[in-house]
Design a protein around this ligand. Structure first.
Ligand SMILES: O=S(=O)(c1ccc(F)cc1)C1(c2ccc(OCc3ccccc3)cc2)CCCC1
Length: 273
């Protein structure tokens, strides 16, 4: 055959393609699975949340929130958080490989990561133009949460949402980033850390491939700082919850949903159902 009809004699290239292809395929499959799982469990679609941005609490409604008791506002936030965490549990269960982990490790990852995932997802229900967040049907600023008595925690939550919005994450990036946050092999008390680390690296590779293809590599370094902020936000929440409960030892059981109690207080309660 003439030279231009010779098959490309490049065993190395062919081998590389054959070697790389399956991992790209499996990485693309994992990306598709995570994006689909996010879509099915994100509680509100981002279009719905943006369409509601004009619904802001009136002065009277803000005053009504500010005249509620500390206990009532903690209860309302705890209920809304618990509601959101149910969707995060469902998200986790739909990620390929999560249900193959031991029950213990599934619970350890959800105990350590569910609030972090909620805080990342929250950027979708935050309006960076006026610093308001979707809460109980309308958008409100930090002043809505004044009676909680933990303005530093509230301010940090709002600042985190504002800074995450500045990255303009797509739904696909939110999906992949929350999966990376959830499948953290460094969580204490993991039984099979290596198995979680393998799953985490598959998701991390899928996330990096997706970012590279859309020329969004710069976002990666910014997101690693975000994971540090998430960690300190969650410890601040635990601190504020502890001081809140120290003054009201018996209230915890009556005030908060069992799941909130199980996840955020060190009480030896009923195991997660
Ligand atoms: O709408 S929210 O209730 C909300 C609360 C505080 C805030 F500054 C902004 C929003 C919600 C949320 C609930 C509890 C959170 O941390 C734990 C926490 C913080 C403060 C008091 C109690 C518990 C964080 C977020 C957002 C996503 C799901 C619900």
């Amino acid at each position: 055959p003439s030279p231009d009809q010779q098959p490309v004699n490049a065993p190395g290239l062919t081998c590389r393609l054959v070697c790389v292809l399956p991992s790209l395929l499996s990485s693309d499959c994992l990306t598709a699975n995570i994006v689909k799982s996010h879509r099915e469990t994100c509680q509100y679609r981002v279009e719905e949340l943006q369409a509601l941005r004009w619904k802001v609490f009136s002065r009277e409604e803000v005053l009504a929130y500010q005249s509620k008791s500390v206990e009532e506002m903690w209860q309302r936030c705890a209920y809304r958080l618990t509601d959101s965490i149910q969707y995060v549990v469902e998200f986790a269960k739909r990620i390929d490989g999560f249900l193959e982990l031991s029950q213990n490790d599934q619970i350890v990852l959800l105990k350590g990561g569910s609030l972090e995932v909620v805080l990342v997802r929250m950027c979708r229900s935050f309006n960076p133009d006026n610093g308001t967040v979707f809460f109980e049907g309308k958008y409100g600023g930090t002043e809505v949460f004044k009676s909680l008595g933990c303005n530093d925690l509230i301010a940090s939550i709002f600042e985190f949402s504002q800074s995450l919005c500045a990255l303009h994450l797509s739904e696909q990036e939110v999906a992949l980033f929350t999966a990376v946050v959830l499948l953290n092999p460094e969580r204490a008390w993991l039984q099979d850390k290596e198995k979680v680390a393998r799953l985490h690296s598959h998701v991390d590779v899928a996330f990096k491939n997706t970012l590279q293809r859309s020329h969004r590599d710069t976002v990666l370094s910014k997101l690693s700082q975000k994971t540090l902020q998430l960690k300190s936000l969650c410890s601040l929440h635990i601190d504020r919850l502890r001081s809140f409960l120290e003054l009201r030892p018996l209230l915890a059981h009556s005030l908060f949903p069992p799941l909130y109690h199980e996840l955020f207080t060190d009480s030896p309660d009923a195991p997660l159902e």
